[in-house]
Design a protein around this ligand. Structure first.
Ligand SMILES: [Zn+2]
Length: 349
């Protein structure tokens, strides 16, 4: 190791920078990365944010493999084929003690220079930047059995997309971020809707319900958190409001997003429309919900009053059989001890 470090420290700055990124991506990965995912993550980090990946920034796979071997192994998972296809190789740290050492010594390749530190920020930044690319600013569209991005490029050729959609918030959990602006701008951008679409299509159990016994005889039901925990729980900033808005959206649409749970049964009524998030009625979430700005096929809106929605404990509505009347029942306050309940019923034509 010392000998390798000596060689590396005498190498050019670009090589050391590449090395620190590769180590960071591999040791902080939430599951073993395939070589093609690692290469794509490096490519993304070397490209300008928000644009598509730049050809001139594409890393050379052989340089990646050479610079970190033997400390990172590239395991061929397809024993019957020893061709050099990147998707066949999985990256693994040589030994767990090496991983522990690098986690404890993030500055081993530098003297506190942030772009050379082996830090959990690299995978977090790679995921956020990857999902923030302009090619995901619109929903993916299915054509002839393949899903295409806005540039009509098939996304099955985008190796990091599903990993980034699944783990972006988990990687951000590992990072102490003082600037939450980049997370906020991603969540409130149209790219976030594409991220939800990818999760709905390819991330197993992303929108499943989980239950745990509560203190009584019942169960508490949970859904997966999708924002970084420090962002959703921050006392200041927009995190809590965005998280509440997102939960309202899930409350309305989780069954549409979790169609994969049905196992693709032919009788499922959602299955033909899976992934078509433009069918959702974003406008009906109400103008205060950040997701209502997203475009839908149908124009929709919310029935609501000027009253503060936080004061409403329960709201029920029903549409008449003829479809030209709607009744809304709002329960403004409930005091179980005084048996006092204030009900307001409204009829709108
Ligand atoms: Zn289904």
């Amino acid at each position: 190791m010392v000998c390798w470090l000596f060689t590396l420290l005498n190498a050019c700055h670009t090589d050391v920078q590449l090395c620190s990124k590769v180590f960071a991506l591999v040791i902080f990965a939430r599951r073993p990365l395939r070589l093609e995912e690692l290469t794509e993550a490096i490519w993304c980090l070397e490209s300008e944010p928000h644009n598509k990946l730049q050809q001139k920034a594409k890393p050379n796979v052989n340089s990646i493999r050479t610079i970190v071997q033997p400390f990172i192994e590239f395991i061929n998972t397809n024993k019957t084929d020893d061709s050099s296809a990147e998707e066949q190789y999985t990256c693994r740290v040589l030994h767990s003690t090496l991983r522990d050492f690098l986690v404890d010594h993030p500055n081993i390749l530098c003297d506190n220079s942030s772009d050379l530190r082996i830090s959990a920020e690299w995978p977090a930044r790679a995921c956020l930047r990857y999902l923030g690319q302009s090619r995901y600013s619109g929903l993916l569209v299915r054509r002839e059995g393949r899903w295409l991005d806005v540039t009509e490029d098939p996304v099955d050729c985008h190796p990091l997309l599903v990993y980034a959609a699944k783990y972006w918030d988990k990687h951000l959990d590992d990072v102490t971020v003082t600037d939450s602006g980049s997370v906020e701008s991603f969540i409130t951008s149209p790219n976030f809707r594409t991220c939800v679409q990818v999760q709905s299509l390819w991330v197993e159990a992303q929108f499943a319900f989980f239950s745990r016994p509560d203190e009584g005889d019942g169960f508490n039901t949970y859904v997966r958190r999708v924002f970084p925990s420090w962002f959703a729980r921050a006392q200041n900033g927009p995190g809590q409001r965005l998280w509440t808005d997102y939960r309202r959206f899930l409350h309305e649409w989780i069954y549409f997003l979790s169609c994969e749970q049905c196992g693709g049964e032919k009788t499922c009524e959602i299955l033909p429309y899976v992934g078509q998030l433009d069918r959702m009625w974003f406008g009906a979430l109400g103008p205060n919900n950040f997701l209502s700005r997203l475009e839908s096929r149908c124009t929709s809106f919310a029935f609501q009053t000027d009253a503060d929605s936080d004061e409403m404990r329960y709201v029920f509505d029903a549409v008449s059989e003829t479809g030209d009347e709607i009744m809304i029942l709002r329960i403004q306050s409930v005091n179980m001890f005084l048996y006092h309940m204030h009900l307001i019923a409204e009829v709108d034509l």
